[in-house]
Design a protein around this ligand. Structure first.
Ligand code: UDP
Length: 428
C-alpha cells in the first residue's frame, strides 16, 4: 500500500512565490510552484515553500493559501542578490531549512521537492538529514542554455553545470517539463532514465479563457478595457525583458512589416508586457530606444508586469502572441495565450515545440531572423480566416494543459519516489 504524503517541503532559493512574475528572476517557475502548491493543499497535502528573505519587512512565515506556507529564510543580506552571488549564502540557507524541521516532530516532511539547481544543494542536505526522497526540477539547464545563447549573452558558469550534475546524481526523481527536457537530462547530464519523469506544466484554465467564454456580465471587450482600437492588428510579447526571450526580434519584425506596408502603421500595435530581468542590454527602456531607432516608437506599447487576471485580457486583445525565445524550458505564456484563443508564433526551440502545435494552434519559426517572423505575421494579418482556424485549435490544444493534470502526475512521481526508499530510510 503506497505511503500517504501529508507534507512536502518545496525549496525555491533564488525567487519567492510571493513575487510578481514577469520581472527580475520571477517567471514561470514561480507560477508553477504556486499553482502546484495550492492544488496539493486542496488535496490534503500541506506544502511549506522555503525561499530566501529579500526584505526585512517579511515575516518569517507567510500563509500563501490554506495549507501553503512560505518560509522566508534569512540568509545573506535583505535585498535581491544576483543569482551569481547566491552560492556563498547556501550554507546559511541550508542550515535554516534543516532547523525548520527541528521545530517539529521527526518525520514532519515526507518529501523535498527542489526547483532550480541552487535549491538542490539545500535539498541534498535535507534528504540525508530527514531520510526523505529528493525530487528535483531543473526548469532550465546550463548546458542547454549555453548551446543557444543570444548574441552577446554571457554563458552560464561552470559552477552551475557542476551543481546541476550533482543535483542529477543526488535526486531520487527528476521532473522534466517535456520529453525533450527528459532526453536532455539523460543525454547531457547522464541521468538514469528510470529516475526521470515527464510532467507537463499547465495554465489556470479557469482564468485563461477566450473572450467568448466570459460571462455576459464582463464590462465590454478586452480591447475596450485596455484602450485598444477594435480594428488594430495587435501583436503581443509577454515575459521578462531579457536577451534570451528576444523581444527585439518582434520589434525588428514589426519594423519590416511597416516598411513593406506603410498603411499598416495606422493599425499595428506591438504590446510588450513585462519588466526588466538580468542583463541591462534588453530592458524596457532599451526596447523603447530600439523601437525609436527602428522608427516604430508610435507602434510599440510597453506595459509593466501585471497579475494573471489582467494578463488574460492582454492575450484576449491580441491577434497573435509572439514568443521568439532563444531557449525555453516550456513556455507557459504560449499555453496561456492559446487558452485565451490567441494563436502563438514561436521560435522552434525547447518546450515551445510541445506548447505549440505547429500549423494547428500556432506557427513555429526556425531561428531568429526577424524577416522570417515578419513573413509569418504578415501572412496571418492577410488571412484572418487562417488566424481564426488557428485560434479555435489553440483553445482545444491548451485544454490539454491544466494544473490539475500536473498535480495528478506529480503525486504519482512523489509516491514512486517514496516507494523507492530503503526500509531504513523509510523509518528514519
Ligand atoms: N507573467 C505574469 N505577469 C506578467 C508577465 C508574465 O503573471 O506581466 C507570468 C505568465 O503568466 C507566465 C509566467 O509569468 O505564467 C512566465 O512563464 P514562462 O514559462 O512563459 O517564462 P519564464 O519566465 O519561465 O521564462
Amino acid at each position: 500500500m503506497p505511503r500517504r504524503i501529508n507534507r512536502v517541503a518545496t525549496v525555491s532559493v533564488h525567487t519567492s512565490p510571493l513575487d510578481q512574475p514577469g520581472t527580475g528572476d520571477a517567471g514561470g517557475m514561480n507560477v508553477y510552484i504556486v499553482e502546484v502548491a495550492r492544488r496539493l493543499a486542496a488535496r490534503g497535502v500541506e506544502v511549506d515553500i522555503f525561499t530566501r528573505a529579500t526584505s526585512r519587512a517579511l515575516p518569517p512565515v507567510t500563509e500563501l493559501a490554506p495549507g501553503v506556507l512560505v518560509r522566508n529564510v534569512v540568509a545573506g543580506p535583505f535585498e535581491e542578490l544576483e543569482k551569481t552571488a547566491l552560492p556563498r549564502h547556501m550554507c546559511g540557507f541550508t542550515s535554516a531549512v534543516l532547523r525548520a524541521e527541528a521545530d517539529h516532530d521527526p518525520g514532519h516532511y515526507d518529501l523535498v521537492h527542489t526547483h532550480y539547481w541552487l535549491s538542490a544543494q539545500a535539498g541534498q542536505a535535507a534528504k540525508l538529514r530527514w531520510g526523505v526522497p529528493l525530487v528535483h526540477s531543473m526548469h532550465t539547464m546550463a548546458k542547454v542554455k549555453n548551446a543557444a545563447l543570444a548574441d552577446g549573452d554571457a554563458p552560464e558558469p561552470e559552477e552551475r553545470v557542476l551543481g546541476e550534475e550533482e543535483a542529477v546524481t543526488a535526486s531520487d526523481q527528476l521532473v522534466a517539463n517535456t520529453a525533450e527536457e527528459a532526453r536532455e537530462l539523460i543525454d547531457l547530464y547522464g541521468a538514469d532514465p528510470a529516475r526521470v519523469a515527464t510532467v507537463s506544466p499547465g495554465a489556470d484554465l479557469s482564468l485563461f479563457q477566450p473572450e467568448t467564454a466570459l460571462p455576459s456580465t464582463a464590462a465590454g471587450t478586452a480591447r475596450q478595457r485596455l484602450g485598444l482600437p477594435p480594428d488594430a492588428y495587435v501583436l503581443l510579447f509577454v515575459g521578462r525583458i531579457q536577451p534570451l526571450k528576444a523581444p527585439d526580434v518582434l520589434l525588428r519584425a514589426a519594423a519590416r512589416m511597416v516598411a513593406d506596408d506603410p498603411a499598416l502603421r495606422e493599425r499595428l500595435v506591438v504590446a510588450v508586457v513585462g519588466g526588466p530581468s538580468g542583463s541591462a542590454r534588453c530592458r524596457p527602456d532599451g526596447l523603447e530606444a530600439l523601437a525609436a531607432q527602428l522608427g516604430i516608437g508610435d507602434v510599440v506599447r510597453s506595459e509593466p508586469p501585471v497579475p494573471q487576471g489582467e494578463l488574460a485580457d492582454w492575450y484576449r486583445a491580441a491577434d497573435v502572441t509572439v514568443v521568439p525565445s532563444h531557449s525555453e524550458s516550456f513556455g507557459l505564456v504560449a499555453v496561456e495565450s492559446q487558452a485565451c484563443g490567441t494563436p502563438v508564433v514561436a521560435a522552434s526551440v525547447g518546450g515551445l515545440r510541445t506548447a505549440v502545435r505547429d500549423g494547428e494552434s500556432g506557427i513555429l519559426v526556425r531561428g531568429h531572423d526577424p524577416a522570417d517572423y515578419a513573413a509569418v505575421l504578415r501572412r496571418l494579418h492577410a488571412e484572418p480566416a487562417h488566424r481564426a482556424r488557428l485560434a479555435r485549435h489553440a483553445v482545444r490544444h491548451a485544454r490539454g494543459f491544466g494544473w490539475d493534470a500536473t498535480v495528478d502526475r506529480l503525486l504519482e512521481v512523489y509516491t514512486g519516489a517514496l516507494s523507492h526508499l530503503t526500509p531504513a530510510e523509510a523509518t528514519a
